[in-house]
Design a protein around this ligand. Structure first.
Ligand SMILES: Nc1ncnc2c1ncn2[C@@H]1O[C@H](COP(=O)(O)OP(=O)(O)OP(=O)(O)O)[C@@H](O)[C@H]1O
Ligand SMILES: [Mg+2]
Length: 276
């Protein structure tokens, strides 16, 4: 378990102290969507304990209920059965002590980058001015130094996604949820974002759920990879990724890394999700 990473980094010192990360307990969660007489079982029975500060990647075929699970954890959807406890507190509705990054970055067209980040503080009734320096430091960390006054239309897709990630982090959430945040990006940008995200996480140490279709992306980022079955999604396997951090090129190209990816691919082959 990479608890050791928390003491590692000096790079985060320019930011404010790290918020305490939270453990997340998912107990017997399932979800059935009902429209008229039509029922869709989106999620089977999911049980998962996530330790405070852990980076969990969830991989699974399209439609297996990953986004549904994320929304249930965020309190945006009620489970049909089961419960979520965050830091020992039962979730009964939307809660604000988290950051969410959606698949396509939702930025406000009429606000510049800095103000898009600070909207998070506005919404929480805080004082945006007090967070300005922190916002600028975080923007610099993800390669957006000097872009704080640009409008969203002046940014590339990757830059928008970076701004959205900073917005999800600005209020120091102890829990970060990311739903295929790099899905729309080209391979090179995606790789760089992955590297930058690991750095941010090593600095801040928040409990993180990261949904992806990318097997190697999941292995590269996570402490644990949760492999889901096709719909209704259940947990097929949980694979602990015992690779050193930061996951530099030598780690990503190692035989052990390839073995983890193989193991996940095999899971999907067994379910006919991947066919050769
Ligand atoms: N609000 C809803 N009403 C009815 N059915 C829904 C609703 N949201 C999701 N579903 C259904 O639940 C299932 C799981 O959807 P979900 O979005 O969680 O999948 P996913 O794993 O995130 O897929 P993808 O990888 O394509 O994003 C799908 O069959 C979907 O049609
Ligand atoms: Mg989804």
């Amino acid at each position: 378990m990479p608890q050791n990473h928390h003491q590692a980094s000096e790079a985060g010192r320019d930011l404010q102290p790290r918020a305490a990360a939270v453990p997340v307990e998912i107990s017997g969660v399932s979800k059935v969507f009902q429209r008229g007489s039509m029922q869709t079982q989106a999620l089977g029975c999911v049980d998962l304990s996530v330790q405070a500060g852990q980076f969990v990647a969830v991989v699974g075929p399209s439609g297996c209920g990953k986004s549904t699970l994320l929304k249930i954890i965020a309190g945006l959807l009620a489970p049909s059965e089961g419960s979520i406890d965050i830091a020992g507190k039962r979730i009964a509705g939307p809660h604000t002590d988290l950051g969410i990054v959606f698949q396509s970055p939702v930025l406000l067209d009429w606000r510049n980058v800095l103000d898009n980040v600070l909207v998070q503080i506005d919404l929480r009734g805080g004082q945006p001015a007090a967070y300005r320096d922190r916002a600028l430091a975080l923007l610099a960390k993800v390669g957006l130094a000097g872009f704080e006054n640009r409008m969203p239309r002046e940014l590339s897709g990757g830059m928008r996604q970076r701004a959205a990630i900073v917005r999800a982090l600005i209020h120091e959430p102890p829990l970060l949820m990311m739903d295929e945040p790099f899905g729309a990006l080209d391979a090179l940008t995606r790789e760089q974002m992955r590297i930058d995200l690991e750095k941010l996480w090593l600095d801040r140490g928040q409990t993180t759920f990261f949904i992806t279709h990318g097997i190697s992306e999941a292995v590269a980022l996570a402490d644990r990879v949760v492999v889901m079955t096709p719909r209704p999604g259940r947990i097929e396997r949980i694979i602990d990724i015992d690779l050193p951090r930061p996951r530099h090129k030598a780690v990503i190209t190692s035989a052990r890394f390839a073995e983890y990816c193989d193991e996940i691919t095999e899971c999907f082959m067994r379910h006919g999700v991947i066919q050769y």
